[in-house]
Design a protein around this ligand. Structure first.
Ligand code: BTN
Length: 257
C-alpha cells in the first residue's frame, strides 16, 4: 500500500526483513521515500544488534534523505541528522503526554531510563554531489511487555501511557516533525538543532558516563557537544575526549563503588 503524507511517500508492507535494507535497494527512489513494515524479521540496530520487531507493536520506519553535499562542510553535518531525528522522536513522544523522556547520546530516546526508540542512520555518496541517507527509526508503541532479555531495559508507549497508540497516526506526527527539523538542517540552522537536543537530553552536560569504543572503554563527565554533534567528555585523568561514535552509558554510584 502507498500512502502520501507530503512531502513523504510511504510504502507500507506487512512483513519485511529490515526497512533499512529494502529502502537501500530502492536506488532510484526520490528524497522523502519511506518504507514502513508492520513486522521485521531481520530488524537491525546499531553495533550489529537485533531490533526487536514484533508484529503490529512498533513503528518500523525508514526514510530516504538526499541532502546535497556540494559545500565542503556538508559531510560533517551528517551526524547532526542523527541528533535531529532523536529530537523529532522525543518531541513526538512528549506531545503524546509521556513524562520522563530523555535522549541518550547520540540518538536513543529513553523514558525513565528505559529505551523507547532507536535510530540507525546509514549513508553513502551517490557520486553526484549528493549523499543518500537512510534514517531508520524504531519506536516501541504497543508492546505490552518485552522478552526477558529486554525486560529491564526497554519500554513502550503503551506501558508508559496505559493505552494503545495508533501506529499510523504516530508515524504521521513523527514524519511531520522530522520534515520540519530537516528544513532547519538544510538551512544550516545547526545551533537550533543542537540547542533543542541539549534541552531534551540529560546527557549533554555534567553526566558521569562510561564510553565504549571498538577497542577501548573510558569513563568521564559529559561537557557539551561540538558543532558537529560529537560528545565532549572530560576524562577521569583530566583530559578531553571527543566522541564521534560509540556507546555511552550513565555511570551510577553503584558502578564505581
Ligand atoms: C538502535 O537503537 O540500535 C537502532 C535501532 C533501529 C531500528 C530501526 S527499525 C526500522 C529500521 N530498520 C531496521 O532494520 N532498523 C531500523
Amino acid at each position: 500500500m502507498i500512502v502520501h503524507h507530503p512531502p513523504f511517500t510511504i510504502y507500507q508492507f506487512a512483513v519485511l526483513g529490515s526497512t533499512n535494507d529494502v529502502l537501500k535497494q530502492m536506488t532510484e527512489a526520490p528524497e522523502f521515500t519511506c518504507v514502513v513494515a508492520g513486522e521485521q524479521t531481520a530488524g537491525r540496530g546499531r553495533r550489529d544488534r537485533v531490533w526487536h520487531s514484533s508484529p503490529g507493536d512498533g513503528l518500523y520506519l525508514s526514510v530516504l534523505l538526499r541532502p546535497a553535499t556540494t559545500s565542503a562542510k556538508a559531510p560533517a553535518k551528517i551526524p547532526l541528522l542523527s541528533l535531529m531525528t532523536a529530537v523529532a522522536v522525543a518531541e513526538t513522544v512528549r506531545e503524546r503526554g509521556v513524562r520522563g523522556v530523555d535522549i541518550k547520546w547520540p540518538n536513543d530516546v529513553l523514558v525513565n531510563e528505559r529505551k523507547l526508540s532507536g535510530i540507525l542512520i546509514e549513508s553513502g555518496s551517490t557520486g553526484a554531489g549528493e549523499t543518500r541517507v537512510i534514517v531508520g527509526i524504531g519506536v516501541n508503541l504497543n508492546h505490552p511487555s518485552f522478552p526477558e532479555e529486554l525486560g529491564q531495559t526497554a519500554t513502550s508507549m503503551k506501558i508508559e501511557l496505559g493505552q494503545a497508540v495508533a501506529v499510523d497516526e504516530f508515524r504521521n506526527q513523527l514524519l511531520s516533525r522530522l520534515g520540519r527539523w530537516y528544513e532547519h538542517w538544510k538551512r544550516g540552522e545547526d545551533t537550533a538543532i543542537l540547542g533543542r537536543w541539549r534541552q531534551l537530553s540529560s546527557y549533554a552536560c555534567g553526566q558521569r558516563i562510561i564510553v565504549t569504543l571498538d577497542h577501548e572503554q573510558f569513563t568521564g563527565e559529559t561537557a557539551g557537544l561540538t558543532d558537529d554533534g560529537a560528545l565532549l567528555v572530560r576524562t577521569a585523568d583530566g583530559g578531553w575526549r571527543t566522541v564521534l561514535s560509540g556507546e555511552v552509558k550513565r555511570l551510577r554510584k553503584s558502578d564505581v563503588d
